[in-house]
Design a protein around this ligand. Sequence first.
Ligand code: PCA
Length: 329
Amino acid sequence: MTLDRRTLIAATAALALGAGSATTAAAAEKWDMALAYAATNYHSEIAAEFAAAVTERTGGELEIVTHPGGSLFPGNEIYTAVRRGLVPIGERLISALGNDDPMFEIDSIPFLASSFAESRKLYEAVKPDLVATLDEQGLVFLYSGPWPPQGFYSIREITTPDDFAGLKFRAYNATTSRIAELLGMVPTKIEAAELQQAFAQGVAESMISSGSTGYDRKLWEHVGYFYDVQGWLPRNMVVVNKEAWEALPEEVRAIVLEEAAKAEEAVWSKAEELSQWYVEQFTVEGMQVPAVPDSVSAKFKEVGEQLLSEWLEKTGDRGQAVLDAYRAD
Ligand code: PCA
């Protein structure tokens, strides 16, 4: 008898507790956040600060935990994983998603926007289109910030455009593959997390990327030259699966949006602040950072023009409308 009574009291208490928490707050959610880049990279550090701020401000009602370096999903799987709801939130290099929509490639067209100010303007011009496309794909856009301007890394010195011939080139999207082809190189797509191995094994001998990624992956261990071409500033974006988003209480969503806006500003200013510093570290580490020879610079410009017209062919009126918005005033 006594035992039964005790069991009954325990069961009633558990019920009361359950009912209490259901009326005061929704069940706590934990979101894993998939990131592709090094934990020490500013994109990842700022994502971790964003995650911690959301967790703290929601009192743990939404806990976000970041997984950098492609540890949860490799970079090239993150977008699909979030779309399918395999992970609720993740970060991806937008221009690597050209197969989903060629508009995603706008920030990687050489010399269209090659300073931070131009890149910001291009972002503002394309943002409505970007957010709408993501919405159609079942995603909610949170924030987007740039990599520093892109330069050319090579194991060999480049004095004329002929020196590109035959170099094995590490590409991170279709645009960089196309550039490599047009310059006579041999492209292979490789995620940033695999870079050291690729250069160590000779699978890659050159690439176009920011000083940031070369620094994160200690490229000076394998590569002798960096040319600060300043071709474009590709952007990452953080997206959320729409169903996961809609399951969040209104006040939690508001906090996430506020923290996302802060993270976006932080990424833009950190990228600009570190941009030159990264390149300086290459000299410190023994790499050569020669001026880009005029003939090489002219060749990059020529390739840029071609890529812009190819992109306009793929995107048609939509692409033209965003370009017009970017170039207005
Ligand atoms: N770093 C990323 C993309 C652009 C950049 O600067 C990478 O190389 O994968």
